[in-house]
Design a binder for this molecule. Sequence first.
Ligand SMILES: [Zn+2]
Length: 230
Amino acid sequence: MRHHEEHAGHRASWLRAGVLGANDGLLSTASLLVGVASASAGRSVLLAAGVASLVAGAGSMAIGEYSSVSSQRDAERADLETEAVELETMPRAELAELTTIYEQRGLPRSLAREVAETLTAHDALTTHARDELGLDPDDLARPLEASLTSAVSFALGALVPLLVVLAASAGFRVPAVVISTLVGLGVLGAIGARLGGAPMLRPAIRVLVGGAAAMGVAWLVGQTFDVAVG
Ligand SMILES: [Zn+2]
């Protein structure tokens, strides 16, 4: 049963990272395409701009995520090493520390002591990792998987406005991208809010207003260049 719950929690955090990546890919590529399309660019320019945005964004997400999650994992490993050394060199102090932790969580002192002694005999490092550091030694941060999740979800998000802009006829490109992007942002916002256990309406409205503003600015920029060039 407990095993099952851990996996569910893990899946939720993965989904959350995926939702954020898709959100970024969707909105940044849509804004770029709205700007380029409103400057009266043709299909080949839109295709090149959209693919460039997808590739650049996915690459940037992958690198950023890899480096930040690597730092997190290094910190987790360093914490575990420190803990192992402390358990080796000052076992009494560590036992007292653990006892205090269980006392603060509501156990009476004698029971806290007993739990601490039993768990220390069973697996001292895992117990300290979990109850003192909040870490599961078998489940440390995974940089490679995190970076792949971000990159792939960004690319999937970016694919939506790219396909829409290529499919739409010239006069409808901007409204088609804007509408499909707002729908996509709404869906992602609802999924994200549900995962976070938060109410859905307010975050969805924030994301939609922000998304509309970003595309509006891009549209204005495109219009400016259209006038300047044409
Ligand atoms: Zn400790």
